[in-house]
Design a protein. Structure first.
Length: 332
């Protein structure tokens, strides 16, 4: 069983259409994702009407559109999500959704997801976070736009409200779409692992698949990546998403990296044991050596193959007396 959990972040890439959501779910399943994740919200409860869009959300065709108007078009009802949830169960992929308000949170919890997520933008929202802890589910904490002190504060707050460390996964994240390579800071994964001693993961907004693969090599146990059918589609997140073929390539690369990570014990593997005799060397007679003769650097040498006395004994054998006759190139 694969250790790394891979989440296809559909988010708002369904563009407010159920049929498109189903196509995304189906393609995510085919691409190897373990989970699909959506975003559940009541627009009126999370944003004021005059709030502006982020730069990456601006659509040239709708340049004056507010964030409120944009989100309203992308809002699914609870009935819509029930359809989506049932479809996920039908085709055999797990459903997650990030809730951005308390009403949405209670609804998502009623679907009994494996995890409830605290998104990066809500990491300072103690009211919502406390409500999340009441359900005693495993929590994914995303940390975009935050500093270590803020992450530490929320981590302690979650624990104080009854969630044990083994039920918390902390995701490193950069909330820029797409994230510039110089701002990725994958070493933060090591910082999180050392400080919080919990499972860590990575929510990726870079272009391509290199960074999430590297994150797995650095210990990430969860990879979240935005997913779309076509990056040219209209919508705020499509441009920083992977298309199905790319997502599948990422999943396959992660599987290979997981195999390559192996175990923490350094020892010869089964595949390389057969090469020990061929690649290593032995102590060899450099010329004829008579019984009773002393071993010296003049009558000994080190050559392949490695099925004789190991060169590790070189300094122990020098000066010893030969107990038999040797011909040139005989193993000692």
């Amino acid at each position: 069983m694969r250790k790394v959990k891979i989440i296809a972040e559909i988010g708002p890439n369904h563009n407010g259409k159920i049929y498109l959501a189903k196509r995304l779910i189906k393609e995510a399943k085919k691409s190897g994702a373990d989970y699909v994740k959506f975003q559940t919200f009541i627009t009126e409860d999370i944003i004021i009407k005059s709030a502006k869009k982020a730069k990456y959300q601006i659509d040239k065709k709708h340049i004056n559109e507010t964030q409120f108007s944009m989100l309203k078009k992308l809002q699914f009802s609870q009935s819509d999500f029930k359809i989506i949830y049932r479809y996920c169960k039908k085709i055999g992929i797990k459903f997650l959704s990030t809730a951005f308000d308390i009403k949405s949170l209670k609804f998502i919890n009623s679907l009994k997801p494996d995890y409830l997520k605290i998104p990066s933008g809500e990491i300072t929202n103690l009211q919502l976070i406390k409500e999340i802890t009441k359900f005693k589910r495993k929590i994914i904490l995303s940390t975009g736009m935050s500093n270590l002190k803020e992450v530490d504060t929320i981590f302690k707050f979650i624990k104080k409200n009854g969630i044990s460390k083994n039920k918390i996964i902390i995701l490193h994240c950069n909330t820029e779409y797409p994230t510039p390579m110089e701002d990725v800071n994958l070493n933060v994964l090591k910082t999180f692992s050392k400080k919080f001693k919990v499972e860590v993961g990575y929510s990726d907004h870079t272009m391509g698949i290199d960074v999430p693969i590297a994150a797995v090599a650095m210990g990430a146990k969860v990879i979240e990546k935005h997913f779309t059918l076509n990056r040219k589609m209209r919508g705020p997140d499509h441009k920083a998403s992977l298309e199905p073929k790319e997502f599948k390539e990422m999943v396959n690369s992660i599987k290979r990296i997981e195999k390559a990570l192996g175990v923490f014990t350094k020892k010869p593997t089964n595949s390389e044991k057969k090469n020990i005799i061929i690649a290593r060397k032995s102590i060899i007679a450099a010329r004829k050596i008579k019984k009773g003769e002393k071993f010296t650097i003049k009558n000994l040498c080190i050559k392949r193959p490695g099925n004789g006395l190991s060169p590790m004994y070189w300094y122990k054998i020098l000066g010893k007396i030969s107990k038999k006759n040797y011909l040139k190139d005989d193993l000692i």
